[in-house]
Design a binder for this molecule. Sequence first.
Ligand SMILES: [Zn+2]
Length: 481
Amino acid sequence: MKALPHLLVTALLAASSSFAHDLVIANGRVMDPATNLDAVRHIGITGGKISAISETPLTGEKAVDAAGLVVAPGFIDLHAHGQTTSDLQIKAQDGVTTALELEGGVYPVASWYASREGKAPIHYGATVGHITVRFAAFHPEMRLGQWGGGRSRLAQLGPNPAGANKVASEAEMQSMSAAIREGLDDGALGVGFGINYTPAATTEEIEALFRIAAERKAPVFVHTRAFGIAPIREAIEAAKKSGVSLHIVHIGSSAIGDMPEVLRLIDESRAAGMDLTTEVYPYTAASTMLESAMFNPGWQDNLRITYGDITWVATGERLTKETFEQYRKQGGWVIMHMMKDANVEKAIAHPGVMIASDGVPFVDGRGHPRGAGTYARVLGHYCRDKKLLPLMDALAKMTILPARRLEGHVPMMKNKGRIAVGADADITVFDAAKIIDRATFEAPTTPSAGVSQVIVGGVFVVRDGELVKDALPGRAVRSTP
Ligand SMILES: [Zn+2]
């Protein structure tokens, strides 16, 4: 009998070396919008990839029980300005496994990617950004780097910076064209535009730069020249002429009061064969930098608001004419209460409209709650409580649709947004009955509730509802391998 413990140890060693998978997510309700699978399955993960999807139990070196919980592809955020480690940790707790800076973009691209390496809990990536490229052409002494990243240095350029407000010469056009080509060579995910922030960029300039993206088969991600349907038409026409794939960002604020007409225009353009997509964040307030050209004279007509509709983020106070002028010189983040919930709901429920946060960086714990609560808010508030759309459709808007938006230009995205054998093991496990956003305008970094496990490349970033603080498995997403 003395040999028994030894035999047991031997048997256990044999068993451990025969585990088929590194990790098993057992008994969960697997929902995969790419295939419409909605059934209890066991998921095996090995080497950072999904290695099995099984109706019968699997053995793994580690296992987590997901009985009663939804097991979905990790959420892909196409609009994430907040790219610091802590910004991305807050996003992970909202179920996000990939957060991309596509609207503002970055420049130079290679050094931005290098600066993020080893610091990201979830996957990250960026476009080359027209705004930053334009400022580099006009103000070669100053590199904005990432548009809207962290504390803005824009205010240092004074009230009327040429990068925003001066028409480009031939030399400046060439400089911008070269920078965009260089960014795409460096693996940028497309080209980002914020035309509202560079009002002097003519339609001809935009079209010429769209053509560079079109030549490279790269999509463009566009914040239009102004709010409402007319500038959305301008972007669509320019994209048609240049043959580029167009994604219009944050349709809630971009369409503003014209939502039904804008959604109809987008549907008609798509039906006519155009590669055109859009996204929405589930909040009625926008956020940006007060020193930006969005607040050039005429902003009240464009945004359809006035001073008292704007919150100064640093203090939470509402602005007056006097404080508006004072803070605009200083520079800093504001929140603009400018949308109607009925219009935001129309966009969330509309087929094909993706969910993306537009999360701006949190500065000293302050900012817009969308950077923390977007995904749980759609799943809990709009999908479960208000019954705006079925759960599978809501998940599609967060997973497979954003993956497909990018995968033509970014082959890596073919392995994301799906529960499939061989796909990246980026997985979010949540309680459909409990998931809800908790971030508010008063406490914007409060993590969402009901997100149980977030796995990034096979590594837990959220485990049993708690952030794993030292987990940094996020990898760069680039258009080139
Ligand atoms: Zn924007």
